[in-house]
Design a protein around this ligand. Structure first.
Ligand SMILES: *[C@@H]1O[C@H](CO)[C@@H](O)[C@H](O)[C@H]1NC(C)=O
Length: 419
């Protein structure tokens, strides 16, 4: 009976404070999710009534959109059903109470600064994080977090990889009380008395005080005390050696870069923690009015989240043409050619999780490295039913490699939609 008591739905964390968008890509019970989502909006005391209403509307839109996608069986829902991407926001000077997940979490810091602490049986590791960091929080490891910024929200984009084979996941709160509901409260008092060797009264006192939710405001002194990196420095490497330290994606040399954009990438070769997950993370910054080459990933499914800017993306098979703006999530299945274009007025910044990244290759379909350049003359002529010279003229013209000047923004896009 009490078993479920201490488990707090994942929605609690996603919709903590204010939610812009949560892109849940798995199939689960909408009604329950909607209820939990709205309930959490209501629980947030710092929201005024307008913000609370916005929060609830965001919940409804999110669930509706999800149902729509599932009914149409759009490619967005066609990927490993267990994985989800969510955007997590914490207000300035807040503390996210300790919790663990039955999932490995890969996170990208999209905005703000904070400190993450991970608790193991023999130690604690604390890491300062800032925009551009990628970090893995392994399943089952209790973690807590502060947003130390005075003005900025801390925004994390998370890829959730459930470890249970039923593909569902949730977070568990221990240190807590009524809200977040502590898993300790699920046990009978006899058990707790025996386990802690203490009286029911003192147990009640500690496990019933917290009612403020999973993200709470912290004082300046508390924030200051929690803002420091502290890892046990294990001299011999191996198991204890700052295994989880974050990786600064935006401080690497870009994999691709020219006037039209840059692409930063991290995979398990650079960051060991990604190996077991078979995930790579990339960040594309497409200059205003530019695009990347049409290409496809051979094996990886790409889940992309727009962090800044506007633009559009087109994908083949099925043909999709979709507007992109801040918070849009789109999924590109393996081997599907696609292209992303930034609007004329601002850069388009996109963070991507590539799932099944091992041995994945990007195959560009235009530009200096395009694969069609390697096809024999006769094969070209047979395939295109025209002269190889004519084909080459087209495929050799683009002198850039990955990012190009984009199409002129024209009215032609009007009338396009998902076909
Ligand atoms: C994206 O590129 C622009 C320059 O084109 C730069 O000002 C901006 O800081 C870049 N964004 C990130 C997150 O690096």
């Amino acid at each position: 009976m009490g078993l479920l008591k201490g488990k707090v739905s994942v929605i609690l964390l996603v919709f903590s404070l204010l939610v812009v968008l949560c892109a849940s890509l798995s199939v689960s019970k909408e009604d329950q999710q909607l209820r939990l989502c709205k309930e959490h909006c209501r629980q947030q005391r710092q929201l005024d009534s307008r913000q609370r209403h916005q929060c609830e509307t965001a919940c409804e839109e999110y669930i509706r959109e999800k149902e729509r996608r599932e009914q149409r069986d759009e490619p967005q829902s066609r990927h490993d059903p267990g994985k989800e991407v969510m955007i997590f926001e914490a207000n300035p000077q807040t503390f996210v109470v300790p919790n663990h997940w039955d999932a490995d979490v890969v996170l990208f810091v999209a905005q703000g600064e904070g400190t993450v602490s991970l608790v193991y049986t023999d130690r604690r590791e604390s890491f300062n994080i800032e925009r551009g960091h990628v970090m893995v929080i392994p399943a089952g490891v209790t973690a807590y977090l502060i947003n130390k910024g005075n003005n900025d929200k801390l925004i994390l984009v998370k890829l959730i990889n459930p470890v249970s084979n039923i593909g569902k996941f949730e977070s568990f709160f221990g240190p807590g009380g009524d809200n977040p509901e502590s898993y300790f409260n699920a046990f009978s008092s006899d058990i707790l008395e025996a386990a802690f060797k203490t009286s029911e009264d003192s147990l009640k006192r500690i496990f019933s005080q917290q009612r403020e939710g999973a993200i709470i405001r912290a004082s300046e002194e508390q924030i200051k005390a929690l803002t420091h990196e502290k890892g046990s420095h294990w001299p011999f490497g191996g198991k204890g050696s700052r295994d989880s330290a974050p990786f600064h994606l935006l401080r690497q040399n870009p994999r691709e870069s020219n006037d039209f954009g840059s692409l930063f990438e991290v995979d398990s070769n650079d960051y060991r923690q990604l190996r077991d997950l078979n995930v790579a993370v990339s960040f594309a910054n497409i200059t205003q009015g530019s695009m990347h080459t049409p290409y496809y990933n051979s094996r990886a499914t790409k889940i992309a989240v727009v962090l800044n800017g506007k633009g559009y993306f087109e994908m083949a098979c099925p043909h999709i043409n979709s507007e992109l703006r801040e918070g849009t999530v789109f999924v590109v299945p393996p081997s599907h050619p696609f292209v992303t274009v930034a609007s004329e007025d601002e850069n388009l910044e996109v963070i991507c999780f590539e799932i099944n990244a091992e041995n994945n290759h990007k195959f560009p379909l235009a530009g200096q490295r395009n694969i069609l350049k390697n096809i024999e003359k006769e094969a070209k002529e047979l395939a295109f039913a025209t002269s190889a010279e004519e084909v080459d003229e087209v495929f050799r013209n683009q002198e850039e490699e990955f990012f190009f000047k984009g199409p002129r923004q024209q009215e032609h896009r009007r009338g396009y939609s998902i076909i």
